[in-house]
Design a protein around this ligand. Sequence first.
Ligand code: CP
Ligand code: NVA
Length: 314
Amino acid sequence: MSQINRDFLSLNDINRDEARHILEVSRFLKTGPRDTQHSLLRGRSVAIVLEKPSTRTRVSFELGITQLGAYPVVLLSEGSQLGRGEPIRDTARVLARYCDAIVFRTTTTARLNEMAGCGVPVLNALSDDGHPVQVLSDVFTIEEAFAESGKNGAIEGRTIAFVGDGSSNMARSWVRAAKLFGFRLRIGAPEGYTPPADEVAASGGLVTVYNDPVRAVEGAEVVNTDVWTSMGQEVETGLRLSAFDGWTVNEALMAKAAPGAIVLHCLPAHRGEEIDAATLEGPRSRVWVQAENRLHVQKGLLCWCLGVAHNVRG
Ligand code: CP
Ligand code: NVA
């Protein structure tokens, strides 16, 4: 078996060929027979360490790991020594002696980097500056939707919008995704909530930032949004509700996007804030299959990080 043993901390950690391979493996895992999948990671174990709340990430990783034949161990801050201040580095070294990979949801890049390099692959399951497993999976969902509508499925060269907090982990992973896959990204965000200028510049001109939601969605075939107040920012809720007033993704805004444009939201959603209920529940919304695809794409990613992706066949 080849030993890839790669971390996945950011979308900058993989190149386009590797991303394409992971998505192809994910498609085989989604559409192929389930009964043979349990042999792919049989006998292995994967730690899922969560320093922030989670529903989708926890359940999709825990079940995905089980479906691949491995054993998932969930460790929460509360009830573990992490919550009492044990250094991440010490936790990482111990977990690496028990487990074959670590899935980690945390606050800072510093904590993520401290977990990485411990001898087993570490996968970023959300940090303050990125949510790469989500956005990789969202690219899969978009290409699935394009293919279903009879268009060429590839995201390359297409126009995608993100409307909301452009400084959020989700928006910043979208910026990295634009460069990775080669699509145009239009970010609509109020002043003060735009992505870091150096990250936008690193996209090589593929990302444009607008302080106007209507301009941002013009020509976009996909409109993404996310909460205005991310986990850990709750003290800013009032301020953010004012700053984002008028930035709700609703049917009037979607009418300005490309004909047939779809809506994505990584969830959890706050109806009436970043998206209205009619749009979230309406025909343009792909959010439920978007949530489902986390399971398939994370399975593909785990197979790739652990060097067994070549064993997956459609
Ligand atoms: N989208 C997402 O990561 O959801 P959870 O916070 O529920 O894991
Ligand atoms: N931006 C959100 C994403 C949640 C999945 C947060 O960090 O809370």
